[in-house]
Design a binder for this molecule. Structure first.
Ligand SMILES: Cc1cc2nc3c(=O)[nH]c(=O)nc-3n(C[C@H](O)[C@H](O)[C@H](O)COP(=O)(O)O)c2cc1C
Length: 339
């Protein structure tokens, strides 16, 4: 699971401009999104296909009867931030957007959002003002820096006129959305949910890995362990090469694991749990989660640990791993498990 920014296209009428605006935003921010490890996904309300609100229960109950509501809930629930691409209809947002807001409740809460408005005389500003007040009611955080496009000036042949200045505004907005989402995540993700690591986690990851690898240093009687020696910068760099996940408890980072593909094996590493959180199954959960994230085409899980780390070896053997003859760093043993 990576971080996700959902771009909601509000208008649904035939011949609408909305999809062209969303496509431009996704194109303009592709490099920034990739660099920040964010997936940008479009939710076109014409395809989402919600009827006028037809759920009997209030959305705050989270009790949904209809499959269309459950699917919309999953989609919005999976988002870390929202971008609303909205036209202005009669000085307001399109009814389709208000309806899409009304369907859900907690799925929106505490997530940052950005508006991209477009229209004639007002460039969509009045529609966005109304949508923003609804978003605030749903506990979303409008980050500002909204983008407004006056149709007569910003479009040609039904497409956004792409300028560097406009692209830079979109990229800046995406970075800000992602940054605010990183900070707000403890508010909108369930306690102890396994989440992709963010750059804002680096300092705590460094502290946790040093703490955990002291035990390794003692068990193996050596200090030259990378996890013990790495700098903050090196931990940050590793976030690029590895997919890393973290778990927080009451806001505190208490566990992490990472994995990457090496040939046809899924190599798992840096499984760590804060000392006071051990023996509660968190290590097993993290390991199972890392395994579940293996991409297609993987034939085995591999990892290594200190050759004298008896507790670790027993833990991995219990999880189905066997000692292997894989090449590993000096002083370590390799373990593997077929997929
Ligand atoms: C029902 C309707 C109401 C509109 N009201 C406004 C308006 O209040 N202000 C405005 O600037 N443009 C208004 N327009 C023009 C729209 O901004 C323009 O048609 C735009 O392309 C609509 O977005 P869409 O193409 O994604 O549907 C309206 C258009 C429609 C269809």
């Amino acid at each position: 699971m990576s971080k996700k920014i959902l771009v909601v296209v509000a208008s649904t009428r035939p011949g609408r401009l909305g999809p062209a605006v969303a496509d431009w935003f996704v194109r303009a921010t592709a490099g920034t999104a990739a660099a920040r490890g964010v997936d940008v996904e479009i939710a076109d309300l014409a395809e989402v296909g919600l009827p006028f609100l037809d759920e009997p229960e209030h959305p705050s109950t989270g009790i949904y009867l209809h499959e269309h509501t459950k699917a919309w809930s999953r989609l919005v629930g999976s988002a870390d931030a929202l971008v609303f691409v909205t036209s202005e209809y009669n000085y307001s947002m399109p009814a389709t957007l208000k309806n899409a807001f009304d369907y859900l409740s907690s799925e929106w809460a505490w997530k940052p959002c950005l508006f991209i408005g477009y229209g004639n005389t007002s460039a969509g500003t009045r529609g966005v003002q109304m949508a923003r007040s609804v978003a605030a009611t749903m506990r979303m955080l409008s980050i500002g820096g909204d983008i407004f496009l006056r149709i007569a000036e910003a479009f040609i042949d039904g497409k956004v006129i792409e300028t560097e200045r406009l692209a830079a505004r979109a990229q800046e907005a995406l970075s800000e959305l992602d940054h605010v989402a990183d900070v707000l995540r403890p508010l909108y993700r369930a306690e102890e949910e396994i989440m992709p690591a963010a750059t804002t986690d680096v300092a705590e990851l460094l502290v946790l890995q040093r703490c955990c690898w002291v035990d390794e240093a003692l068990a193996n009687d050596r200090l030259d362990l990378p996890a013990l020696q790495e700098s903050e910068h090196e931990v940050q760099e590793a976030l690029r090469d590895w997919t890393t996940w973290v778990v927080r408890k009451s806001g505190r980072l208490v566990g992490s694991v990472r994995a990457k593909r090496v040939g046809d094996s899924w190599h798992i590493g840096r499984l760590m749990v804060a000392p006071d959180q051990r023996h509660g199954g968190l290590g097993r959960r993290l390991l199972a989660y890392a395994e579940s994230q293996a991409p297609a085409g993987i034939s085995e899980f591999t990892l290594f640990t200190g050759e004298r780390s008896e507790r670790n070896i027993a833990f991995y053997q219990k999880a189905g791993y066997a000692l292997s003859s894989d090449e590993v760093p000096p002083g370590a043993v390799g373990l593997s498990k077929p997929l």
